[in-house]
Design a protein around this ligand. Sequence first.
Ligand code: NAD
Length: 482
Amino acid sequence: MNITLTDPSILRTQCYVNGEFVGTGQAPVANPATGELLAHVPAFGSDEAIAAVEAAAMAFKSWSLRLAKDRANILRRWFDLIVAHRDDLALILTSEQGKPLAEAKGEIDYAASYIEFYAEEAKRIAGETLPSHRSDGRILVLRQASGVVAAITPWNFPAAMITRKVGPAMAAGCTVVLKPAGETPLTALALAGLAHRAGVPAGVLNVITGAPAPIGEVLTSHPAVRVVSFTGSTAVGKQLMRQSAGTVKKVALELGGNAPFIVFDDADLDAAVEGAIISKFRNGGQTCVCTNRIYVQRAIADDFTSRLAAAVTKLAVGDGRSADVQMGPLINEKAIDKVEAHIANAVELGARVVVGGRRHALGRTFFEPTLLSGVTDDMTVAKEETFGPLAPVFVFDDENDVVGRANDTEFGLAAYLYSRDIGRIFRVGEALEYGMVGVNSGLISSELAPFGGIKESGNSREGSHHGIDEFVEKKYLFLAGL
Ligand code: NAD
C-alpha cells in the first residue's frame, strides 16, 4: 500500500467487533486523486451487522453503569492518541478522500476536539429535581443512556462525522455500531484501532464496513438499537427514518443543504470574499454547509464578483498530498458529472462563466474552481446541492426579497450573511430558516456549538452540551413520602 506512515500499525483493514479486528478484505478502497488501489476492507452484510449489534448490546450493560469519570478518562486517552497520530491519520484521510493535507490535519484536530469535549461533558450529564404535585413527594428526572446507537457516516469528513456522534454517545454511556462510508473506511478503522489502544472495552465501539443496504436494514430494525444517528444525503436519511418506524427508534439526522451566502452593500467586501472562498471551495465544495448560492446586493455586485473571480483564479488544484495544493479532486467522476450538469443548465438559461467551467487538465476527478454570474432562481443550481467547486452569483435588490429567495428551498442547514448593520444582522439572521447562520464568517463548525439543520436538512444537533441529548432518555422517578 502506498501510504507511508510514521506508525504503520495504525493502518487497519479489518473491521472492529467486540474488541477484535475481524474479517478479510474484499471491498476495494481507492485514492480519488489517482485511482490507485489503497486497500481492501471486509464486505460485511446482515449476519455480521447482527453480531456487532449483539456485542454492543452486551457491552451496554456494563458501560452504561461505569462511573462517568471512568468513561471520561477512556475518552481522554483516545483523544490523546488521536492527537499523537494526527499526521498519520491525516495522510490516511487524504489518501482515501482527496482533500489537501492541511485540510485533513485540520479535520483530525476538529474530530479530536469532539472526543476531548465529550470526555469533559461526560461528567456533567445532570438530571433535575422538579416541584412535585404532592407536598410529600419529589420528582427526580434522570438522563439515562439510550442504549445501542447505530451511527452511519459519509465520506466527506471521514473522521469528524464519526467523532461528533461517537464522542457524545460513549460519554452518555451508550455503545455504538458504526458503519462508515464505503469510500473512506480506513480513517474509521484507524480511529477504532486507537480507541482499542486507549482501553475502550470490547463491544463499546464496533466498526463494520460493507454493503450499505443490508447493514442499514439490520441497524434500523434490530430491537436492541435505540438510536439511529445518520449523516449523509437527504434521500438516504428519509429511507432510514422510514425503516426505523417499525421499532420506533429515535432517528437523528444530519442531511444535505443548499446554503445561501448573502452579501449586503454595507459589507466588508474583502472579508466577504474570504468567507465565500472558505465556505464554497473548502473540501472541493463537498461539505454539507457549503455555500451553494451567493446573493449579492446590486450596487456591489460587479465589484464583489471581480474580487471573488481574482481569488478563485488563484486556487491551486492538485493531488491533496502535494504541498501548496488548496483544492483536491472530487470523490468520484459522478460528482464531476453533477458539477458539469449544473454549469451546462445555468449557461443554457443565460448565466455567464467568469472563471473555470471545465474539467481540469489533471483529468479524471479534477474540476476547475468555477464562478458563474447572471445566475437566476430557475436554474438547477438554485435548487439542488451541487457538492462541487461551483460558485454561482445571484443579484438581489432588497432585504425582504433576498430573505424570501434564500428561504425558498426544502433545505435548512447553514446560511451566511455579510453586513455591518447590527439591526439588519438580527433581522435577517432571525428570519433565515436555517439551523445555523454565519454572520461575517464563512466557517461555523466547532465542537462548542450545536451543529444541525431544520426542514429536510435534519432534526439533530451535534456538538456542545446539546449533542448529548440525542443519546439520553429522560426518565422520572416519583418519590412519594410515606
Ligand atoms: P449518502 O447518503 O450516499 O451516504 C451516507 C452514508 O449512508 C454512507 O455511509 C453510505 O454507505 C450509507 N448508506 C447509503 N445507503 C444506505 C442504506 N440504504 N442504508 C444504510 N446506509 C446507507 O451520502 P454521501 O454521498 O456519503 O454524503 C454526502 C451527503 O451528506 C450530502 O448530501 C451532504 O450534504 C451530506 N452531509 C451532511 C452533513 C450534516 O452534518 N448535515 C455532514 C456531511 C455531509
